[in-house]
Write a protein that binds this ligand. Structure first.
Ligand code: NDP
Length: 334
């Protein structure tokens, strides 16, 4: 596959120009471009420029608000609701961050329910940002029905990711961010695009039979990771990012889209905890490090997030590569 090499600045400029020319204002375009290039910087291509055509079509069709002005409401001493004004998640997450972090410092724990927005990104940026400030973060979101419940064959749950971050003193935070499906949707789409197969655990075809063909999985249903255990996590996330905060379930997001193929509208729950307020202010950090050290002493083991942090050191010098076909698609959108 032929590739185009870009510096991070060039990639950011490409995303920004594309979003601006499709109807985003400066603030919204910058927030979304920043988020996509953070993913490219850490070599997480399934949430990088690959998502740009989806963002652009969402705004162009008028479904997503490229000029969103999110509003923040304090519902309880430690509960914040952010209305994303039907824009994309990054601008709403920007609006949520400060009040959420401040409330967690004040109360020990705080939660933000972000509603009325389109979430098509990774979860690690928001939890990592909390951990950069010494807080512990948990974030979940739902999407479209892609994953069958255990034993079923029809898509019901989103690939419903969860992100978690824990602060560290002289090192980047411990961060994991993973789908509750065996594979993220974007990875299956990329496998289909590039003609690769997927593991048989990734999903089933429309007939409910096991398959390694990503096109069959896209027509059939994905599966939760670890069978019913992943499906139960997906179920929990549907409830936390949907009914708890007054937002869509994945099946409702699909009804709302009505087959237009745009990005999913829905919500996100972010929980911030201040470890210094849970009874071991002086010791929690070193105590966590004891666990990380024991983990790293095992040959072959690594901390989740370490791959991204290593890539982050390299891409500012080396740049990134994207498929030439994607580059052409993006240029065609401007
Ligand atoms: P991966 O399976 O690639 O990785 C999941 C996590 O496991 C990462 O934190 C990763 O860290 C860590 N990890 C991977 N290998 C190891 C290892 N050997 N040892 C320790 N830790 C490891 O992610 P997914 O495919 O499940 O999800 C990809 C992205 O897609 C996520 O960012 C997720 O938020 C996003 N997503 C978004 C959705 C949405 O609707 N918005 C839906 C579903 C997924 P590292 O990064 O360092 O490799």
């Amino acid at each position: 596959m032929s590739k185009v090499k870009l510096s991070l600045e060039e990639a950011h400029d490409l995303a920004l120009r594309c979003l601006l020319s499709n109807g985003c204002d400066e603030r919204n375009a910058k927030a979304a471009a920043d988020r996509m290039i953070q993913a490219e910087r850490d070599i997480c291509p399934s949430h990088g420029l690959f998502r740009l055509p989806w963002y652009a079509s969402g705004v162009k069709s008028g479904r997503a608000n490229g000029k969103a002005k999110p509003s923040v409401e304090q519902l309880a001493p430690a509960v914040i609701r952010v209305d994303g004004d039907a824009g994309f998640a990054p601008i709403a997450q920007e609006a949520a961050h400060r009040p959420l972090a401040d409330s967690a410092r004040q109360n020990g724990i705080a939660a933000a329910g972000i509603v009325n927005m389109f979430h098509i990104a990774a979860m690690w940026p928001e939890v990592e940002r909390l951990a950069d400030e010494g807080l512990c973060g948990i974030a979940v979101t739902a999407s479209y029905p892609y994953v069958a419940p255990a034993g079923g064959i029809k898509p019901l749950f989103g690939t419903n990711p969860m992100g978690f971050a824990w602060p560290r003193k002289n090192a980047p935070p411990l961060v994991f961010d993973q789908a509750s499906s065996a594979m993220a949707r974007g990875e299956i789409q990329i496998a289909a695009r590039d003609g690769h197969s997927v593991p048989a655990t990734a999903g089933i075809g429309p007939d409910g039979e096991e398959t390694t063909d990503p096109n069959d999985v896209l027509k059939g249903a994905q599966l939760g990771f670890g069978g019913y255990k992943g499906a139960s996590l997906a179920l929990m996330i549907e409830l936390l990012a949907g009914p708890l905060i007054g937002e869509f379930l994945s099946i409702e997001a699909a009804e709302d889209d009505a087959g237009k193929g745009g990005p999913p509208k829905g919500g996100e729950l972010i929980i911030a905890l201040d470890p210094a307020r849970f009874g071991d202010a002086g010791g929690f950090m070193a105590h966590g490090e004891k666990l990380f050290q024991a983990l790293l002493e095992q040959e072959g083991a690594r901390l989740p997030g370490a791959r991204r942090f290593q890539n982050r050191e390299l891409t500012p010098q080396n740049g990134i590569e994207i498929p030439a076909s994607l580059h052409q698609t993006i240029l065609g959108l401007m």
